[in-house]
Write a protein that binds this ligand. Sequence first.
Ligand SMILES: *Cc1c(COP(=O)(O)O)cnc(C)c1O
Length: 408
Amino acid sequence: MDRIKGLICRECSREYPAEDLHVCEFCFGPLEVNYNYDAIKQSISHQSLRDGPPSMWRYKDLLPVTDKQIVGENSGFTPLIKAENLGRELGLNNLYLKNDSVNHPTLSFKDRVVSVALTRAKEMGFDTVACASTGNLGNAVAALAAEAGFRCFIFIPGDLEVGKVVGSQIYEPTLVSVDGSYDDVNRLCSEIANEVPWAFVNINIRPYYSEGSKTLAYETAEQMGWTAPDQVVVPIGSGSLLTKIYKGFQELQMLGLIPEAKVKTNGAQAEGCSPVATAFREGRDFIKPVRPETIAKSIAIGNPADGYYAIRVATETGGVIESVTDDELVEGMLTLGRTEGIFTETAGGVTVAVLKKLVEQGKIAPDDRTVAYITGNGLKTQEAIMGAVKSPIKIKPQFSDFKDQVKI
Ligand SMILES: *Cc1c(COP(=O)(O)O)cnc(C)c1O
């Protein structure tokens, strides 16, 4: 029995073959992968998963690829950290951090989605991959394209952080910096995708790409002894990550790999680009696009493709979607560094700051088993904290000067 039936429209359930399609021809709804869970159930067990590789690819049965040849076979299985210090500071007794800031090879959760996308692109016969990126996606596509021998085109908005730009350049893709916002870049790429036979990972092969995010839920459950947490906090850009983490926990329940659970799924945005949080607050399920104005560039998407679904997931699970200011997100980055020794990027600062806010609002209770998803690395967004960290004490190479200047 085949594990993958094809693609299916999320709105009207019309079925399609497993090709490079992403929109329903009839209702324009987004397509997603249609699995044969009965077949999967027969091949998957706690033991079979434990016997798999120490990467996200131990969950291959639940990913939309068939090839033996994996691109990015070392991505995933990042640490789940019991955050005692941050928990104490926030008043949480069971706080965990899923630390994708140390993911392989490019230090963000995007390594997961791209690993799936490029493996699928290869088995579909593409020789060129591309993406519209807020930074991390470009880094992951460029790196894994280098590994797999694809031609590669990366499109980014013109105002990205140096670390994100250099983090793509090193792999020598064709890097195109567009004078406009991410939403402008994405619109342009949709146009280009209609004209060229390339795999745009987040456009024409998006149904496969987005499935990679489910592995964050699988790993979390396995690392918590095959249970789901009570609450999760997830940053929202397009909203895909949040919906797929939810889907991951749902699938594990359906397959009997974890007990029934209702994971309150909370979303985090930066106030300067918070179309999903605003819609949630106003009780709408449709998004009013905004023009981004925040230092959290990796999640600065003014017209998020999966915003509607993110709102639905948060609402159905009893979660909330909140936003924080740029000052609060910088404070979040500093707090995480000071308490847990983890240097996250701006999106991680948003997650930590929203976590704090939800605790203060009483939305997360002290004993709730809570997982915050730290999705990217702070070395790529150093601009954000340059003005906020303490300067070094400058001394001459003499003991007397050391004694005078440094309090010991
Ligand atoms: C892309 C990204 C996100 C958001 O993911 P979406 O699926 O677009 O919601 C969060 N954090 C980081 C670090 C990212 O690069």
